[in-house]
Design a protein around this ligand. Structure first.
Ligand code: SF4
Length: 158
């Protein structure tokens, strides 16, 4: 993070993959520094990353995106304990487990990724989803399924 930027005393910073090219031990130092700065300066971060371990470490609230659409949004604690969108579930199943004897069923996605250039109407994850139905070909809005937990999936229609 640029020191000159901090001199402007920002309240909001967008961080796009800020630690992805760093060694793991340096990543931890940078993340801890960012969290210290957040506490001392009251900064809010929008943190964009593919690294779910980093997401878990640093986030209060998480938005999961698939092909440019927000498919799930809730607190970090809720997302990691109760992931609801099938894409989120597949993502979390891919996080490496530290213990060699620990078991987690990995969800392997099949099918083709929809073209982001001219995506078909409806859920953009449908071509890879085990639960897809005809209903998923229509617009699938983000809905609040419990307090503060939003999901865009026909499996959670009220
Ligand atoms: S809306 Fe349908 S295709 Fe999309 S994630 Fe939900 S069940 Fe799967």
């Amino acid at each position: 993070m640029c020191i000159a930027l901090l001199m402007l005393q920002p309240k909001f910073i967008v961080c796009d993959e800020p630690v992805s090219a760093l060694d793991v031990s340096i990543q931890a130092q940078i993340l801890n520094l960012m969290m210290d700065l957040q506490d001392s300066m009251g900064i809010a971060y929008m943190f964009i990353t593919h690294n779910l371990s980093v997401v878990k470490h640093i986030s209060d609230d998480i938005g999961v995106m698939y092909l440019g659409q927000l498919v799930e949004k809730c607190s970090s604690e809720e997302l990691f304990s109760n992931p609801c969108h099938p894409y989120t579930q597949a993502l979390l199943s891919a996080i490496p487990i530290a213990k060699s004897d620990a078991k987690r069923e990995r969800i392997i996605l099949k099918g083709e990724i929809t073209s982001p250039i001219e995506p078909k109407p409806g859920c953009r994850f449908a071509a890879r989803c085990n639960y897809a139905t005809e209903e998923c070909r229509q617009a699938v809005p983000l809905r609040e399924i419990s307090e503060g937990h939003f999901v865009a999936c026909t499996r959670y229609t009220p």
